[in-house]
Design a protein around this ligand. Sequence first.
Ligand code: NAD
Ligand code: ZN
Length: 359
Amino acid sequence: MKISKNVLRYLFGRGTFNQLGELIQPLRKAAESKVVFFIDHFFRGKDLVKKLPSLQQDEIRFIDTTDEPKTPVMNRIADEFRRFPEGQIVAVVGIGGGATMDTAKAISNLLTNEGPAEQYQGWDLVKKPGIHKIGVPTLSGTGAESSRTCVMTNPVNGLKLGMNSDHTIYDQLLLDPDLTVTVPRNQYFYTGLDTYIHCIESLSGRNRHMLADAFSHEANRLSRKVFLESDMQEEANREALMAASYLGGCAIANSFVGVIHPFSAGLSVVLGLHHGIANCIAMLGMEEFYPREYTEFMTMVERQNVDIPRGVCKDLSDEQFDALYQSTVIHEKPLSNALGNDFKSILTPQKVKQIFLKM
Ligand code: NAD
Ligand code: ZN
C-alpha cells in the first residue's frame, strides 16, 4: 500500500472563474512576481482571456492541442521560462483539457527540477516540488485535474508515460462548469467517458480498497446520470460531469486501470488517435471483458447520438497488428490488475488481433 495525496484546495461552482484572482493574489510576494498562464488554443481571442487576472509582467501561452503533449515541446517551453531568476515565477496556471492541464503540471515541475522531461517519465522521479500549480479544467473527464501524473510522449522511443509523483498534483483547483459550455458534442462525450472507463476498470480490478471503490462508484453514478438521462451537455449535467471527473482522478490515484486503457494506448501509439476517442473505439471490442458496461456504453452512444468511428483496424498490415500487440501488452500493471499475472496466456497475438478487428 502506498500513501495517497489529493489536491489540497479547490473551489467548485458556476461562475467561480471570476475568483481566479483571489487564488493568485496571495502568491504575488513582490512587485515583479510573475504568473504563467497556459491556455488551450481554443480560447485565443475569446472572452475568457479578457477575464484573466493577469498583470503586465505575466506570461500567457496558448497551447496547441492538435497533438497530445510531447517531451521536446515540454523541454522547449521549460527552457524558455528557466531564463527568469529563481523565485520570480510564483504560479503556473493550466486552463484547458487534459493536454493543457498536463502541460502546466510538467512545466511547473521542470522549472524546479533541472534536465529534460524524459528524465522524469516514470514513478516518483521528480525530486523537488514544482512552482505552485493552479488547475482550471475546461473539458471534463480525464481526471488530470486531480491525478498525480501528466502524460507525455517521447517521440524518440515512443514511450507515453507521465511524471507520476506527488509533486505533479495541483496545489489548487478552480472547477467552474460554465467553462465547458463550448465543448463540441463528440469531444465532450469522448473525454467525458474517460472517467467512466477508468472507474469500471478499477472496480473490476484485483488491486482495490474500499475508499478507491467509493470514489469510483460515485464517479460512475454521476457519469450514468450524465450519459444515460436526457442531454449530456445541459447545465446540471456539465456540473455533474465536472464532479465525476475530479472523483475519477482521485479513484485512479488509488487503483489501476484494466484492459481498456492498454488497447486504447495501442490505438494511440500505432494510429495516432487521441486518448478519449481511442478509449471509445477500444470499448467496441470489450464485450467479453466488461459485458454489462459494454451494453451500457452502447446505450450511451445511442442516447447521446454521438459518432464512434468503426472499422479503424480492418485494413491494417501484419506489421501494424504486431505493433498494436506490442504496444498493448506492454501495459503489464493494468493487464495483471484485470486478468492476473498470466495475462499473456489470454491475450495471445491472435486474440489481440481479433479484439482490434471488432472495433
Ligand atoms: P485535450 O486537452 O486534448 O482537448 C481536446 C480538444 O478539446 C482540443 O481540440 C481543445 O482545443 C478542445 N477544448 C478543450 N476545452 C474546450 C472548451 N471549453 N471548448 C471548446 N473546445 C475545447 O482533451 P482531453 O481529452 O481533456 O485530454 C487528453 C489528454 O489528457 C491526453 O494527452 C491524455 O494523455 C491526457 N490524460 C491525462 C491524464 C492524467 O491523469 N494526467 C488522464 C487521462 C488522460
Ligand atoms: Zn484515461
